[in-house]
Ligand binder design. Structure first.
Ligand code: DGL
Length: 259
């Protein structure tokens, strides 16, 4: 019998990835860590992001997790290389989906909305260089958005105003793809669809991460073959109400835990 899939994020945003994993792997048990007490990661130093990622990983390994999904672009781009070399389980990360956007764009202009920590990482730079040759990548830091989503404001006047101020310069530069480079942002998709003109495609990596998780479990013969619906445990080190609302699953167990 294999252990659960461990998933962590700086807070509630990675639940957007958990939903994709649950859809694609309905028999897997999961443990999700929301490090909301330390959110946002995006404005911390690389070293701080690394230390927090180590803390989350070690907690999940103590729970016998067989694979860890780093459901945070900021933690992936700053810490996944270290995690992969220092721990003996497979890690799945998430990065802004530059490659699909570069293949899809007609205007050859792609917007990326992400945290400062992601945009300044060498992994993000290398990916952009590799896959976006001949494409203008308009980078925009989503400063303040993670805090708003952490406080449950996914559709408030303040959130809308902030998003508008971030999107305007991108629209002026004629982007036709908007890459969501932070796992909190998929919760803003209804608002984004309302704000953005119809011809702009919104691209996020959630489904690709779930597909990759399945492929790696298969390859390592780690799939749960019991055939029963998975059990899902969520732990947050801050309030749990926003987490509960976003998870929106009566069968999930959601607890406060000072990890
Ligand atoms: N969900 C995290 C990400 O994907 C948010 C980072 C933060 O806390 O700033 O980057």
């Amino acid at each position: 019998m294999h252990g659960p899939i461990g998933i962590f994020d700086s807070g509630v945003g990675g639940t957007s990835i958990w939903k994709e994993i649950k859809k694609m792997l309905p028999h897997e048990n999961t443990i999700y860590l929301a490090d909301s007490a330390n959110a946002p990661y995006g404005e911390k130093s690389k070293e701080e992001i690394l230390q927090l990622s180590i803390k989350n990983t070690e907690f999940l390994l103590q729970q016998d997790c067989k694979l860890i999904v780093v459901a945070c672009n900021t933690a992936t781009t700053n810490a996944i290389d270290y995690l992969r070399t220092h721990y003996n389980v497979p890690f799945i990360g998430i990065e802004p989906a530059i490659k699909p956007a570069a293949l899809h764009t007609k205007t050859k202009k792609v917007g990326v909305l992400a945290t400062q920590g992601t945009l300044s990482s060498s992994l993000f730079h290398n990916t952009s260089k590799l896959f976006a040759e001949g494409i203008t990548v308009v980078e925009q830091e989503g400063k303040g958005l993670v805090e708003l989503i952490e406080s449950g404001q996914i559709n408030s006047v303040v959130t809308r105003g902030l998003l508008l101020s971030f999107l305007r310069p991108m629209l002026e530069q004629d982007i036709d793809c908007l890459v969501l480079g932070c796992t909190h942002y998929p919760y803003l998709i209804p608002l984004l669809q309302d704000i953005l003109p119809d011809h702009i495609s919104i691209i996020d990596s959630g489904e690709a991460v779930a597909r990759q998780t399945k492929a790696v479990l298969e390859k390592n013969q780690l799939l749960n073959t019991k055939g029963q619906p998975g059990e899902h445990l969520f732990c947050s080190n801050k309030g749990i109400e926003v987490l509960r609302n976003l998870v929106d699953d009566d069968n999930a167990q959601i607890s406060y835990l000072d990890f």
